[in-house]
Design a protein around this ligand. Structure first.
Ligand code: SIN
Length: 280
């Protein structure tokens, strides 16, 4: 396996693996280690088949729970992330977030495999949340180590959430419901179960407030953290080509899908891998 970094902060392209067959234990260990180290990895020229995505998801640890999004029929956990050429509204994933951070056990990894990509635009960005934490001042790091954060899917997926209010004309199958208002508390700075590194675990899509603080009291510090954690210097940006698989570590990154390809179609298939309860 050959690894070539694509940015200073995170991200690497990997060559030398063939995902049309099951990986050996050794290959799997190397791939998993590369994802944890580089936080997001990209494998181009991997012919897509839903069975390949499902097999690799199983090999990585089994699929996580996918709320709100309808799976492809007969393929539980596999979601078609699609925006048709005629759609002019919001795109799915078009704001900084870590996948399903509002779950009691958020996913460890996400796999996203490109099927159809626009001739320009539609890139995805990732941001390194370990680097974001390390570059805060010592005093704020210490404060955050003692804080817990409330997450919920409400802003996005509640019955009157942003995805419900912008549903008109959207081809993606999203079920919005007030179940999304359920809240979940996690440490603000969990320790990664494999690397042992601390990472900031707040994001503007699913974080609601600090535990024990009002939303108003939380807002200034959260806004500071959102701005800091997605600074250019902590990010990478990936230009998709068809048949490319991205795998990222949700415990150490946020990501954001850019919506700059109006008039063109974009389709990728996504699974998440079951994770654990963030701890420190
Ligand atoms: C997502 O947030 O999972 C979607 C990312 C993308 O479409 O690039």
């Amino acid at each position: 396996m050959h690894i070539e970094r694509i940015a200073g902060a995170l991200g690497a392209e990997l060559t030398g693996l063939d995902l049309t067959r099951a990986l050996t234990d050794g290959e799997l260990d190397d791939l998993r280690a590369a994802v944890v180290e580089h936080k997001v990895v990209f494998l181009r020229n991997q012919p897509y088949a839903i069975e390949h995505l499902e097999r690799l998801t199983e090999q990585f640890g089994g699929r996580g729970t996918t709320p709100f999004l309808r799976a492809i029929e007969g393929h539980p956990g596999v979601v078609k992330v699609v925006k048709e050429a005629h759609e002019t509204g919001l795109n799915f994933g078009g704001a900084w977030h870590s996948d399903w951070s509002f779950q009691p056990e958020p996913p460890s990894f996400t796999l996203l495999w490109s099927v159809d990509v626009p001739p320009f635009g539609g890139d995805t960005m990732w941001s390194n949340q370990e680097l974001a934490f390390r570059t805060l001042s010592d005093g704020l790091q210490d404060t955050l180590r003692g804080l817990r954060v409330v997450h919920s899917a409400g802003w996005a997926y509640a019955a009157d959430g942003i995805l419900a209010r912008t549903a008109n004309g959207r081809s993606m199958q999203i079920d919005t419901t007030d179940d999304a208002l359920r809240e979940q508390v996690h440490p603000a700075v969990p320790v990664h179960p494999v690397s042992g590194n601390e990472a900031l675990f707040v994001n503007p899509t699913y974080t609601v407030r600090f535990d024990g603080w009002s939303a108003a009291d939380s807002a200034p510090l959260l806004q500071h953290l959102y701005t800091h954690s997605t600074r250019d210097a902590f990010t990478c940006r990936f230009r998709w080509t068809p048949n490319t698989l991205a795998i990222w570590d949700n415990r150490s990154t946020q990501h954001n899908a850019l919506n700059d390809y109006r008039g063109h179609r974009r389709e990728l298939h996504r699974t998440t891998v079951a994770g654990g309860s963030p701890t420190r």
